[in-house]
Design a binder for this molecule. Structure first.
Ligand code: SF4
Length: 157
């Protein structure tokens, strides 16, 4: 089974109430092997919600208690992000997940890059909080931006 960021499969889980529908993933959704998850919703945050960023750190730093996640108005949502990541890890254990395909640059799901917490679209290398917890537990993580049909077929085989 493969975890997929819910917004990539067309669910309207994004902070603004929209999705990040990804054509290739939607084409393969009938494989029956995708588990759509939105860590921010699993952590108890509403939709729509404020845009949120990790402040001057990465998902690994959030998990280690070294930095916070905040909304654009300064509201602290670190606990919800940690809770969402923990819930995704439970799903991994219950459903024998072998990989995750996640939305790039999200503070939860980003695989290669996230934003730096200044809400000015400046990028930082590193993972979001859920991507980081999956990586810590040796679940292979892939960005939708790196996904090819060949890679997807190999993951589904
Ligand atoms: S937390 Fe992940 S799944 Fe949820 S909307 Fe953001 S990128 Fe998509």
């Amino acid at each position: 089974m493969i975890i997929v960021s819910a917004c990539l499969l067309g669910l309207n889980t994004k902070y603004d109430g929209n999705s990040n529908a990804h054509t290739l993933l939607q084409e393969y959704s009938s494989s029956g092997k995708f588990i759509p998850v939105c860590p921010e919703q699993l952590g108890g945050l509403p939709t729509p919600r404020s845009p949120m960023e990790i402040v001057a750190g990465t998902g690994q730093d959030v998990l280690a208690g070294r930095c916070a996640v905040q909304g654009e108005q300064g509201e602290v949502v670190t606990l919800q992000f940690r809770q969402g990541a923990t819930e995704v890890l439970k799903i991994v254990r219950i459903l024998k997940v072998t990989a995750a395909i996640l939305k790039e640059r999200s503070p939860s799901c980003g695989v290669n890059h996230i934003y730096d917490g200044s809400f000015s679209h400046r990028r930082l290398s590193g993972q979001g909080v859920t991507a980081a917890i999956l990586k810590e537990h040796n679940i292979p993580i892939y960005s939708e931006e790196d996904l090819t049909e060949e890679l997807l077929q190999a993951l589904l085989a």
